[in-house]
Design a protein around this ligand. Structure first.
Ligand SMILES: [Fe+2]
Length: 195
């Protein structure tokens, strides 16, 4: 009897049964977390693709931004496919992806800045925020892949991360000139500044 009590984890002896059941429910293995995070990344890439597509459709007066966004839209599509392959290789079900995508939708739409006067500036801000989120997500996935010993997924995440960083660098270099162009257009008469 005594040895059974001692075999319990220390935390188990400190909490009541209800709390313990809740704690157990929230415990997940690294593999489970990995799958969850891969699905989040997949949803994020799909959302990124849609957000960039919507923005490109509207950016009439900023051809360089439009071109860069359109290129990254294609990159996001490819990244979504790569992550989907990682999920499949690890035996995940693609059907669960849609739930997470819905949650992220709200974030992206809220941040996309459509229908506001300074649309192009808001688009840059939202895209830049999204890029930072993707960069951190791939860092998390890389660390997790290394922990569970999935070198193929680690390489895939490294490659995606590299391309997110390139996009983030482009945004960093272009935030000032785009903002200045926007402000100049707003001052000028007879031109559209917002997009
Ligand atoms: Fe991406």
């Amino acid at each position: 009897m005594v040895s059974q009590v001692n075999a319990e984890p220390p935390l188990r002896r400190m909490v009541d049964n209800t709390m313990w059941l809740a704690l157990e429910e929230n415990l997940a293995s690294a593999d489970e977390r990995f799958m969850e995070w891969l699905r989040d990344a997949h949803a994020m890439e799909e959302q990124s693709e849609q957000m960039l597509e919507r923005t490109c459709d509207r950016l009439e007066n900023y051809p360089e931004v439009r071109e860069r966004f359109n290129a990254h839209r294609a990159v996001s599509r490819r990244h979504a496919d790569t992550v989907r392959q990682c999920i499949g290789r690890r035996g995940g079900s693609p059907s669960a992806i849609k739930d997470t995508a819905g949650k992220l939708m709200a974030f992206a739409q809220g941040a996309s800045g459509l229908f506001v006067g300074d649309e192009v500036v808001k688009a840059i801000l939202a895209t830049s925020t999204f890029e930072q989120m993707k960069i951190s997500s791939y860092e998390i996935l890389k660390a997790t892949a290394r922990t569970v010993g999935d070198s193929e997924t680690e390489r895939a995440c490294e490659e995606n991360l590299r391309e997110e960083q390139q996009m983030a660098d482009w945004l960093e270099d272009n935030i000032a000139p785009i903002t200045q162009t926007y402000l100049q257009r707003e001052e000028a008469s007879g031109v559209t500044a917002k997009h």
